[in-house]
Design a protein around this ligand. Structure first.
Ligand code: ADQ
Length: 487
């Protein structure tokens, strides 16, 4: 078994200073950590990433935080300017909005690209310092797309693989990126590229065909190859899943059952509609609120009989656009509650905070309808977590066509275009009126998919596709590697 080196922007925990030599360690949440952490814990390896504080990394708290990890943790340090220009700047004000088809939200500041490269080179140095020829290097996500190129320049001989957690946009949108060619060239330095869905893979190949004239894309049955600079890069789609059993088991625990009953008891006679999202304009929260308002306006039978529980986790609030976006949500919630509430019914319950795991599970278990309507999303784990927690096989999922999860859950979910306020409003009514038999039939189908295509299968299929490559790479491609000039 090759040694695994996982590389991501953030480590699976964040350090934070709470005063003179006082530190807190907060475990990171989210899909990447819950997918990859158990694998590294079980088989050992190395995790390289940033511990979430700008400036020097304090030795003692870092050592304490990583002592029992079960794998080696290698920190990468970022200065405040690097955090601002690499993380907030290029990653989250250029790539994130562009790859979610929201090019008007981009700030194409040339300084961001320079810092993005500098930081990616630092990650590559950290990898090169500890990598051996037969290691399997797995780089994650949009923050580190340039790392492949920096690794090639360092003649790292291990298998270089990359997985993109967010969507890959179509050419018409990607072509707005000033660094389009440099970025594709950098990505093509990896040996193996994984995407969430067929759509993303197709978009990537389309962009390679249009932008990289010297690359040749070849489709062979279920394998997609790109030939570039005398190398073969393999591509595939690997929809990320969740730890189904752990959500299902958690949802049966006594405390979760009690809290979900409590939640329901707070809103007697109402169906509960749940939105759970990070604060992000890609998640379509204002559009969802407008659709809910339209549903209450045009379908009076819903008034007093549904409650929307919208939970928003604070995220990237340092970026001004996120701050403005929160204010828009606040105003819409105020408008809906001001217009429709009665002495004993408040149509929107809005929480701006992160939920603990038991509360999150209690919300999944206790709510009749999940309202997951991103404008675009790589996958969307909330949709899958909701299904895993519906052990009663009841519950309706309203899901955006533009979430990666739609490809797998379309046989059970009510799919909507999140921009079509009227369609979404009518779908709320449809969900509200749906019979138990229909709910069960749909939920069964979705649970089967989420159970089978779980996170362990995701890791296994990526690693096994990649390990075939690790066996292939030494003989065929390593000889062909040559130094590639920096762009
Ligand atoms: P995210 O954009 O973070 O992930 P998502 O897949 O929905 O989006 O994951 C969010 C996670 O945060 C879920 O596990 C959810 O349980 C948790 N969460 C959300 N709101 C919460 C709350 N209020 N309290 C507590 N927890 C909350 C990126 C991509 C996605 C892709 C994942 C994994 O943008 O498209 O699915 O990576 O690849």
């Amino acid at each position: 078994m090759n040694r695994l080196i996982v590389v991501s922007n953030r480590l699976p925990f964040a350090l934070d200073s709470t005063g003179e030599d006082l530190w807190t360690v907060t475990p990171a949440a989210g899909g990447l950590v819950s997918a990859v952490e158990p694998v590294l814990r079980e088989r050992g390896g190395i995790w390289i990433g940033w511990p979430g504080i700008a400036g020097n990394i304090p030795k003692r708290p870092f050592a304490e935080a990583t002592r029992d990890a079960g794998y080696k943790v290698v920190p990468v340090a970022l200065s405040e300017t690097e955090r601002d220009e690499f993380y907030y700047g290029y990653s989250n004000e250029v790539i994130w909005p562009l790859f979610h088809d929201l090019q008007n939200f981009c700030s194409f500041d040339p300084a961001f690209w320079e810092t993005y490269k500098t930081v990616n080179v630092r990650y590559a140095d950290a990898i090169a310092d500890c990598a051996h020829a037969d290691d399997f290097i797995w780089v994650h996500d949009y923050h580190l797309m340039y790392a492949g190129q920096a690794l090639r320049e360092r003649s790292v001989r291990a298998a270089l693989t990359f997985f993109l957690h967010i969507p890959f946009p179509p050419y018409d949108i990607f072509s707005k990126l000033p660094q389009q060619q440099r970025l594709l060239r950098a990505l093509l330095q990896f040996d193996f590229l994984g995407f969430q869905t067929r759509r993303d893979l197709r978009n990537f190949v389309g962009c390679v065909r249009r932008v990289m004239m010297e690359a040749k894309a070849v489709a062979r049955r279920d394998l997609q190859l790109v030939r570039f600079e005398k190398r073969e890069i393999r591509l595939g789609h690997f929809p990320i899943g969740i730890d189904f059993d752990s959500f299902e088991k958690g949802a049966t625990s006594e405390v979760v059952v009690q809290r979900s009953q409590q939640l329901r008891a707070n809103f007697p006679g109402c169906q509960l509609v749940l939105g759970v999202d990070r604060l992000d304009y890609s998640k379509g929260i204002p559009e969802r609120l407008r659709a809910y308002r339209d549903a209450l306006e045009r379908h009076p039978e819903l008034r007093g009989r549904v409650v929307l529980i919208q939970v928003v986790v604070p995220s990237r609030v340092e970026i001004p656009r996120y701050h403005e976006f929160k204010q828009r949500i606040d105003r819409l919630v105020g408008d809906i509650n001001g217009r429709f509430s009665t002495s004993n019914w408040l149509p929107v319950q809005y929480h701006f905070r992160s939920l603990g795991r038991e509360d999150l599970l209690a919300h999944y278990r206790g709510c009749d309808i999940a309202f997951v309507t991103p404008l675009k999303d790589g996958m969307n784990l909330v949709a899958k977590e909701y299904c895993a927690c519906r052990i009663d096989e009841n519950g309706v999922l309203i899901l955006s066509h533009f979430a990666g999860a739609a490809e797998q859950l379309k046989t059970g979910a009510l799919l909507v275009n999140p921009y079509d306020v009227e369609e979404v409003a009518d779908t709320i009514l449809k969900a509200f009126r749906m019979t138990d038999a229909d709910r069960t039939a749909r939920m069964k189908r979705m649970r089967r998919v989420v159970r089978e295509e779980n996170v362990f299968r995701w890791v296994d299929s990526f690693l096994s596709a990649g390990s075939q490559l690790a066996r292939r790479v030494p003989s065929r491609q390593r000889n062909l590697r040559r130094r590639i000039p920096s762009m």
